[in-house]
Design a protein. Sequence first.
Length: 383
Amino acid sequence: MPDPTLRPDPATGAVAFVRTLREAGLTVAVDATVRFVEALDHVDVAHGDDVYWAGRTTLLTRIEDVEVYDALFGAWFGGLRLAVTEAPPPRSITLAVDDPDAELEGGDDVADADPAVQVRFSRLETLRRKDFAAYDADELAEAWALMDRLALVGAPRRSRRPVPSTRDRGRPDLRRTVRHALRAGGEPIRRPRTEPGERFRRVVLLVDVSGSMEAYARPLLRFVHAAVAARGRIEAFALGTRLTRLTRELSRRDPDEAMRLAAAAIEDFAGGTRLGEGVRRFNDEWGVRGMARGAVVVILSDGWDRGSPEQLAEQMERLHRVAHRVVWVNPLKATPGYAPLARGMAAALPHVDAFVEGHSIDALERLSAVIAGEGLRSDAALS
């Protein structure tokens, strides 16, 4: 029978106990046994709790082994004094909603006074994944604040304007070389160089405001406003039965005023859709003449079109030839079982570089990354 006190030889007793654990199926490494023996040198081997925790913390690596360990420890060291530990009282679990306003008002005092475990979730995080079509008026107002944080910039491109080079290559910078030489008595000791700089490409956003897009048009217009108001190289248009340029209206800082002006400018809101005619007019009046050349053109539409699909295909091909990248954002793409069977959508997809979702805040964040050239995924050819 094992010595319950481990006093004659703690190391021998510890090794024998580890052997029993292994015979029971537990995996105990050799270095774990060494650490167990070393731990016994720093505890009172006559005190059961000290021995128990010395073994449990050094020998076990899986929570599933605790039950076997407890049973074998009781059989081997049953004579040791173990403190009677009462089961802790059950703790209630409270589901709480994070409220930014409550934090300002000292809402943490309630949590400190209540010992219950609080499982918290953020309402804003829930809204990020929620479909815009399921928003109510209050949730839309909260979503506006999230959209203001989205940074929308075009993919970078090489600029003709040179910038000072941080590497020892590029074209010689004669002006800076002469300036440094004058400071060094006429000797060109430092020879700075220049390299091509970078600038962001223009982004053109065309938002479908037809009746089939009514549930998504307002959130998407608010997203476009946040981009235009940030004073980037952003152009905005509304697509319906006609094409309406909205860059000037959406450039106002005040979102309420900007949306009011945009609503007044869009005469065909929640009406029909003529995507082919709208894209043709954009190509003729703005796109091919320069606005779309080298730009990232984003069309936000469900693809439902009353016009000719042949015309839309022709104009999308024409747009694709001059644009750096064409992105199509369809809020319905997130619907389970969705397939691009609408005539307009099927006609446009062969001329699209990226086909992405646009039904939620998270989807718009991914869209921002695609526009910036990050994580581009071309899935226009869908089966």
